[in-house]
Design a protein around this ligand. Structure first.
Ligand code: ADP
Length: 310
């Protein structure tokens, strides 16, 4: 859906993106990560031409991006940033409706879309549509920022550190919400972050940048299990790479098919990491796991987890 072919970009003679190739398929959740100054925001902004590239080609649905009018491109892509940028004197409804209004949608269609989006972000439409940004918490403002970016049902959602300014609990709740929104909407999402845990949680594909080049791209599992070099190992967390790997795998996949043992049963979505944590806290070496129907699925053994290798 979006393709970067040998992209280069310089600011006053300094190369900040260097021979970059990247392919983003429809429906992917791509997370761009890397140290500060590695070119993450620049890469994102080239997609909706807030920055123009000076070498190579960017294709959108097979067409060179320069063929599109900038306005058309921006209307087709939602854009959400850390500082939210809600208009302070506009209600939530009017803020969300910014792009639909520019597109000339009818009043009814806009009202319906606002209701839908508030519901998607678990905010009661009647309670929130008339509020002003200062009457919302930081996390709620951020939800409205993302709802606004999604308002006109864009093909692509671009997000630059959208949760950067939030406290850890709100941030974590919004990450889970974003994961759900991606799953239900099937949108193509490209997000910049410097938080590796956020990337591991959300991405279908992680792109790790350093000095304007792709160091490695792949699924969270690929980056953790087969890091391309020491830079990747350090970036994903040298000391807790194994633990992070466990958090990507469901416990039920490793459960032995045997009758339930004495003691509690863990829910079906339990990861291996959570199972290890549970067994450690409760001083046990095996624990039951349920399947999605709530039936006994099998027994996870600590020894199997440590023997499986990563
Ligand atoms: P990141 O998002 O990874 O922190 P950026 O893409 O923002 O990195 O920046 C990459 C490099 O380009 C940095 O060295 C930054 O200082 C430089 N840069 C970004 N925007 C501009 C600009 N408008 N003018 C000059 N240099 C810029």
């Amino acid at each position: 859906m979006i393709e970067f072919i040998q992209i280069g970009k310089s600011y006053s003679g300094t190369r900040v993106i260097d021979g970059l190739n990247l392919s983003i398929a429809r429906g992917e959740f791509v997370v761009i990560i890397g140290p500060s100054g590695s070119g993450k925001s620049t890469l994102l902004k080239m997609i909706n031409r807030m920055e123009d590239h000076d070498e190579g080609k960017i294709l959108l649905g097979g067409e060179e991006i320069y063929k599109f009018k900038v306005r058309e491109l921006r209307l087709r892509m939602g854009y959400a940033i850390q500082s939210v940028g809600l208009f302070p004197h506009w209600s939530v409804e009017r803020n969300i409706a910014t792009v639909p209004q520019m597109l000339g949608w009818s009043k009814d269609k806009i009202a319906q879309r606002v209701t839908e989006l508030l519901q998607l972000f678990q905010l009661d439409p009647e309670q929130y549509r008339g509020r002003y940004p200062h009457q919302l918490s930081g996390g709620q403002q951020q939800r409205i920022g993302v709802a606004r970016a999604l308002a006109a049902d864009p093909d692509v959602l671009l997000m630059d550190e959208p949760f950067g300014a939030l406290d850890p609990a709100t941030r974590s709740a919004l990450q889970l919400e974003m994961k759900r929104v991606h799953q239900v909407s099937g949108k193509t999402i490209v997000m910049v972050t410097h938080d590796i845990d956020e990337a591991l949680l959300l991405a279908t594909k992680i792109v790790l940048l350093d000095q304007g080049r792709v160091v490695q791209q792949g699924s969270p599992l690929q980056l953790l299990a087969a890091p391309a070099n020491d830079f990747v190992v350090d970036f994903v967390g040298r000391s807790d790479r194994g633990i992070k790997l466990l958090s990507l795998k469901p416990a039920v996949a490793l459960a032995r098919a045997q009758a339930a043992v004495a003691g509690p049963s863990l829910p079906p979505e339990t990861t291996l990491r959570e199972a290890v944590s549970f067994m450690t806290v409760h001083h046990i070496a095996q624990v039951n796991v349920l399947d999605s129907a709530g039936q006994h699925a099998g027994v996870v053994h600590a020894a199997d987890i440590f023997a499986q290798g990563t």
